[in-house]
Design a protein around this ligand. Sequence first.
Ligand code: SAM
Length: 475
Amino acid sequence: MSNLYKEAERFLTPNQKEGSLQTRVFNAARNKQIKTDPKHVYALVSSTLKYKPFILDIIKKAKLLKEEKQIRETQALLLVHDLLFSRSGRIQMGKTPLKDSVLKHKTRLSAELTKLKLKHKVRSFDELIEEDDTPVRWFRANTIKTTKEKVLSELEHLEEVDSIKKIQPGTIYHDEFIPNLFGIHPKEKITTTKLYEKGHIIIQDRASCFPAHILNPGPDDYVIDSCAAPGNKTTHLASYIQRDGSINAFERDVRRSKILDKMVTTAGASKIVKINTGDFTQSKPSDFEDVTGLVVDPSCSGSGIFGRAHEEENPEGSYSDERLQKLSSFQFSIVKHALSFPNAKKVVYSTCSIHAQENERVVIDLLNDSQVKNAGWKVANRSRVIPMWPRRGLVEEFQSFPNPEQLAGGCIRSIPKVDGGIGFFAVLFERDVGSELEKAKDVKVEDIEVEDAEEEGEQDQEDQESEYEEWNGFD
Ligand code: SAM
């Protein structure tokens, strides 16, 4: 058995004492208990757990364990996962008796998967996993390739309803907060439509659409998306400024940068977006003098994300203070870097976390930072940040300021499920570049230094794995 499967096997059994799967795998790697890249082990185990009921059903119906008594159930789970439920469809090991004894049953196993897909009326295995508990499936008409009218005409079998509360199978709701965004019942199979395949619609949670809409770039703007993969917000931004070369997207993870590239291409935004594979905090603001706005949507705890798989991964209490502290100091550094671009007037900071440490408290640390203050940055008023959205920042967090209500009003929050999607936070930093620079003549904006963000590197690597799960877009 290859190291990967041997080392992955023990993580299939939950162990609440040792924490989430992510923590267990990365701790084991740190303590040199596993030799394989922990990212691979984590990806294999979390995906196997996600499909476990289906794999077990297939194994049983194909009589694999009955006929191959030497195979343990946990071994079969991992191997059949890779054979049927991975993109490559390959068992990742050289020729061994174990591999051969699974491959002997490949035809039967595949036939059982086909039956399962027919039973569930899905075309691909990933549709077997329902976005359980997702109250609404949100998608936006991709105005780079089409119009909302054309999308609606292709979905004319769905009856339009005027409230999110009226969404049920067979209906479609046109969102009141985000232009070109629609909500349907999660049971509607939108991902099997031509609209989806051609990139005419993009599945994106409503709250995740807030940042681009808040930045609302116009025809003369140049924009940076600092943490871009898989590209939901990048492609959304591109739909606002459909001008070649107007968006620079940074993504430091090479694998995720390829996914970003794929999404940008499918969305028809290849000419609009320039992808930079690298660390945004290492970029030189003076190289981007024309940039007027930035979106910073960095790695976070993902505590606003829900769904069966995610909850298994993150049992309550797995968001330790220490972890949140590390994340928030990284978030502070990366937003501070964004606030140092010489001609930037607007910076949107967002997370899919519900924790104040990653949200309001990052905002507070930035407002208290002398370089940020001197550069003239303020939290924009509610009137500038989707004013009609009812749920705002936490007032109690801003008590040390004379205007806590105003600051909280400038922030947006959404509560997972309750507000029709994922938990989210967004805030807009704004300044009047000309007058603020005049006032602070002795402070050069581009001199703002950013604290070393490297410390969070190790932790962040783990977080990238959970971000992979977050993606609602193309696969
Ligand atoms: N904005 C994306 C979207 O809407 O599809 C999701 C972004 S995800 C929450 C955060 C991303 O930031 C990850 O892909 C991570 O690899 C990337 N990242 C983290 N630190 C970074 C840095 N210093 N520079 C560039 N990318 C970074």
